[in-house]
Design a protein around this ligand. Structure first.
Ligand code: ADP
Ligand code: MG
Length: 594
């Protein structure tokens, strides 16, 4: 028997911060969206005990009364997927923030419903199927130029299958227009809805073999991740997590960026909002905002919405992956999401796990990172020549209290992501940015990427990388010796290692996010800076062999010349580097023993 509307209305019996309890509700399912109280606040069912349901509410529950009505909607938390997402800023439950601000001022009124996608905006649709074509979930039925650079593929929603009965002619349509019908009568529009808590299906997961290039030297050279991979960026307050996430949003080689600002201060998001539209995407010449979707849930917004924002963000990312794009999701900070889970769990009086986090914390975090991947999308691919590939890469900031990485969120995230970019308060204090600790960080992707670097990066990439890593390691060992017995115990050869390791740190690893020419470093420059330092070392070693004293060698003012190269632009770098290599060889090669 169908459940009637009548049975799906209950009564509010308890309010505990972001959590409510409603009684007298039949036939409600886990994850179902409720409308709570007179304001109709959105809540999500997180526990059911007979007729009693518990829900997390995505808006402030202040001023609500016991006895108010709670209505079940019959649908899970879902997002709208269609043209108009790029360039938009949404809150955790995909309400467009700009629209809401226009309608209600700076603070969003509670219970306001606003559809995610503009219902009046017209899109130029071009069909790619015809009547009689068999289609299934994931197939492209047409395209819309969403921005100058991104063609939006209109997809048959996952799970839908049939034969095209009617298809709209090329022309302008709004998202609610029916642009196709299937023979069973099912209408297809420019958008569809998708539940956020379950991953959108893929056809096949491929091994990650191409790098997600961040244009940050320390990451691309030493700790690269793959498209479809994931990394976590833990670091204490001020260590530089947000700068890392924002630099990657600006400069990485992803085609689409979904930036989830989760539980952090509002002014950081304000920076993104003002800065991104002014920046030009070097790959397309288009505004950076046109490849970006912002999902914003700042620290002053209700905690339950943080949970929603993470899922909203990753579902939007999956949708562009399904269209065949390389998508990157930036989440800043996943710790605020975990804290929201902890708060809700404690309100539910669940048995707490480590440090009060719910016992299912690791399961949730794992499920989140598992949505990353390098995939072949679903669909019969009749409308495209080759199986469509897409990727979803995620970088999650983690904010361990006191910068202590042994806490549960950092530990759990480390286990389920493929790279650790460990930020270090001591380095940040010395203004060594990005403050990535090269001894603690790692990437599990490098082996799978070797082939790509071999073929596509400047020649000698893998060898130079190894040399740099070895030098940094030797430096740590030598520093221990100096600590114990003083610098006099070292040979010239070892002193040279310390000198060169310092150059690697200061010239190569440090990279200012605010330098016009150095904020984004392309592979030739990344390689070139390192090559110059290592060739310098090799020439110094030769001079040492010719029995020239180290202090005479290092007195030659080449190090400053090399350091200045950092401020050279990417364009034309290799030529300048080659000239510098010549100079290094000439000057040091010309030193003679006295
Ligand atoms: P977190 O998000 O970890 O609290 P932020 O990313 O806001 O820290 O960084 C704090 C400050 O550190 C920045 O405002 C900036 O001054 C400095 N900083 C961080 N990374 C860099 C960088 N790559 N280049 C220059 N300055 C940086
Ligand atoms: Mg931050």
């Amino acid at each position: 028997m169908a459940v009637t509307e009548q049975q799906k209305v209950g009564t509010l019996v308890r309010i505990s911060g972001p959590m409510i309890e409603a009684d007298g509700m039949h036939g409600v399912t886990m994850g179902e969206i409720l409308r709570v109280g007179k304001l109709g606040l959105m809540g999500e069912v997180i526990r059911i005990e007979g007729e009693k349901v518990y829900a997390q509410v995505f808006e402030s529950t202040e001023g609500m009364f016991l006895g108010e009505e709670v209505v079940a909607t019959g649908v899970p938390l879902s997002v709208e997927l269609g043209p108009g997402l790029l360039g938009a800023t949404f809150d955790g439950i995909q309400r467009p923030l700009i629209t809401l601000q226009q309608s209600s001022g700076d603070f969003i009124g509670r219970g306001l419903t606003a559809v995610a996608l503009d219902r009046t905006r017209k899109w130029q649709f071009t069909p790619t199927v015809k009547a009689g074509d068999a289609v299934q979930g994931g197939d492209i039925i047409g395209t819309v130029p969403e921005t100058k650079a991104i063609e939006h593929k209109i997809l048959v929603p996952p799970g839908v299958k049939g034969v095209i009965a009617t298809i709209a002619a090329a022309g302008e349509y709004v998202v609610e227009d029916v642009i196709a019908t299937l023979q069973d009568g099912a209408p297809l529009k420019l958008y569809h809805k998708s539940p956020v808590k379950q991953p959108r299906p893929v056809h096949k997961v491929l091994p990650p073999t191409e790098p997600f290039l961040t244009r940050q030297r320390v990451l691309d050279m030493l700790f690269p991740i793959a498209k479809g991979g994931s990394a976590i960026v833990p670091g204490g307050f001020g260590a530089g997590k947000t700068v890392v996430e924002q630099s990657m949003s600006k400069y990485s080689n992803a085609q689409i960026i979904v930036y989830v600002g989760c539980g952090e201060r509002g002014n950081e998001m304000a920076e993104v909002l003002t800065e991104f539209p002014e920046l030009i995407d070097p790959n397309t010449g288009d505004s950076l905002m046109n490849r970006t979707i912002l999902v914003v849930n700042t620290s002053n917004m209700p905690v339950a919405a943080r949970d929603a924002s993470v899922y909203t963000g990753i579902t939007l990312a999956e949708y562009y992956r399904d269209q065949g794009y390389d998508v990157a999701l930036m989440a800043d900070s996943t710790s605020r999401w975990a804290e929201a889970l902890r708060e809700i769990s404690s309100r539910l009086e669940e048995m707490p796990g480590e440090e009060g986090y719910p016992t299912y914390l690791s399961e949730r975090i794992a499920a989140f990172y598992e949505r990353c991947g390098n995939v072949i999308t679903i669909g019969s691919h009749t409308s495209t020549d080759t199986p469509r590939k897409g990727s979803l890469t995620a970088v999650g900031a983690v904010s361990p209290p006191g910068g202590d990485f042994s806490e549960p969120v950092t530990q759990t995230s480390m286990r389920v992501s493929g790279a650790l970019w460990a930020l270090d308060a001591a380095l940040a204090y010395r203004r060594h940015y990005p403050s990535l600790n090269w001894n603690k960080s790692y990437s599990l992707y490098f082996d799978g990427l070797k082939g790509w670097f071999d073929e596509n990066a400047p020649q000698g990439w893998i060898m130079r990388r190894q040399q740099a890593a070895t030098l940094l390691q030797r430096e740590t060992e030598l520093q221990d010796i100096v600590q114990l017995v003083g610098p006099d115990a070292l040979q010239d050869q070892e002193r040279l290692i310390l000198e060169v390791a310092r150059m690697i740190r200061e010239i190569f690893l440090q990279q200012s996010a605010f330098s016009e020419n150095d904020a984004a470093c392309q592979l030739p420059k990344t390689f070139g800076l390192l090559e110059m330092i290592l060739v310098y070392k090799e020439e110094c070693e030769r001079a040492i062999h010719r029995e020239i004293a180290l202090n005479r060698i290092t007195a030659v003012p080449l190090r400053e010349d090399i350091a200045r190269m950092k401020e050279e632009p990417n364009d034309g770098f290799t030529e300048k580097k080659d000239a510098m290599l010549e100079k290094i060889k000439q000057v040091l090669g010309g030193l003679e023993a006295k």
